[in-house]
Design a protein around this ligand. Structure first.
Ligand code: FMN
Length: 365
């Protein structure tokens, strides 16, 4: 395969995917400011490498809530992966397992939790939950995740309503007729534009509970023993509430720039959250990661783990499961090189002082 970077996969995926799907995967909210910030902010950070530190034996392993991982990268929940390739979520999850990564299954997947669990028994799997107006239905999703051996519940809190993704409105986005949201039956399994808006916005408005508050996290806590992670945290204040309400972790995320536009890049929001809750909660991050050195920068600034969303979709679109396996190998290799060239032979050797903003180098005295 001639793909040697995420950009190579993206270029090819743009050619392969039909417009309804491509625009859905690619777009951000509003003017797509935050979508751009996520990448730009990584580029504005500089690395301060250390030399002569014997890096012959690299060890990037880590463990989260007793789950052993080969390295601190995971696949973020991305809805409707069968639009990219019929391997869909099964392909991504199997590839994650081979690479020793966590895979997070979206509530809005085109593969059911049970089928996914059967297809990728050796992958460490977490389940992403949206809270539906129908609480019995929401509870049944939690029970199914427990039974299918998912190891954590990731509650997405940045989407009580869906932001406007203009391309999806223009396309009147609908899930193609041969696919459905596989965790559901009846009204909850179809995404169709009935009122001429994005079908997904219409779906969310009719199904998701926009009255949700921290009390609902409390409700989930008493429902399950699974660790609860809140995804979509961008402030120290909310991270502190996550701790107060008994969450085990937070994912610093702006939903890949797809929800509130003009929020900061996630790597910009990370430090205040680490300062607020760092030792008490597992702090993780997603948004804009395409290079091994992005992973390194997030870890240096205090994340314990990071996730990728769109890069997986591009790789899936190019070559199904094999594409995602190849993508993860590329990123793994790139991360290992960054570790070696910054003088870090284990994650414990990564220090905050190894990453600085570009402005550090522009103070002439
Ligand atoms: C096409 C697409 C669908 C997504 N679907 C979900 C979802 O169902 N649930 C969720 O919590 N986040 C969802 N996200 C957000 C991702 O989990 C993640 O936060 C984001 O993609 C990370 O940014 P990146 O794409 O730059 O890696 C989605 C993102 C994309 C691009």
């Amino acid at each position: 395969m001639s793909f040697i970077s995420v950009a190579d996969f993206e270029k090819q995926a743009i050619v392969k995917l039909e417009l309804n799907a491509l625009d859905y995967y690619k777009s951000g909210a509003g003017e797509e400011l935050t979508l751009g910030y996520n990448r730009e902010a990584f580029k504005r950070l500089r690395l301060r490498p250390r030399c002569l530190r014997n890096i012959a034996e690299l060890n990037t392993s880590c463990s989260i809530w007793g789950q052993h991982l080969k390295w601190p990268l995971g696949i973020a929940p991305v809805a409707m992966q069968k639009m990219a390739h019929l391997d869909g979520e099964k392909g991504s999850a199997r590839a994650a397992g081979k690479a020793g990564c966590v895979f997070i299954l979206s509530t809005l997947s085109t593969t059911s939790l049970e089928d996914l669990a059967a297809a990728a028994p050796d992958t460490c799997k977490w389940f992403q939950l949206y809270i539906y107006k129908d609480r019995a239905l929401t509870e049944s999703l939690v029970r199914r995740a427990e039974q299918a051996d998912f190891k954590a519940l990731v509650v997405t809190v940045d989407a009580p309503v869906f932001a406007q993704r203009r391309a999806d409105v223009r396309n009147k986005f609908s899930l193609p007729a041969h696919l459905s949201l596989a965790n559901f039956q009846g009204a909850q399994c179809n995404v169709v534009s009935a009122a001429g808006d994005s079908g997904l916005s219409e779906y969310v408005a009719s199904q998701f509970d926009s009255t949700v508050t921290w009390q609902d996290i409390k409700w989930l806590k008493q429902l399950t023993q699974l660790p609860i992670v809140v995804k979509g945290i961008l402030t120290a204040e909310d991270a502190e509430l996550a701790r107060e309400f008994g969450c085990a972790g937070v994912i610093v995320s702006n939903h890949g720039g797809r929800q509130l536009d003009s929020t900061p890049a996630t790597i910009e929001a990370l430090p205040e959250i680490v300062r607020a809750v760092g030792p008490d909660l597992v702090v993780m991050l997603d948004g804009g990661i395409t290079e091994g050195n992005d992973i390194f920068k997030a870890l240096a600034l205090g994340a314990q783990m990071v996730f990728i969303g769109r890069p997986v979709i591009w790789a899936l679109a190019c070559d199904g499961q094999r594409g995602v396996e190849h993508l993860l190998k590329l990123l793994r290799n790139d991360f290992d090189i960054t570790m070696a060239l910054t003088g870090c032979r284990s994650l414990a050797h990564i220090q905050t002082s190894m990453v600085v903003p570009e402005s550090t180098y522009w103070t002439f005295k």
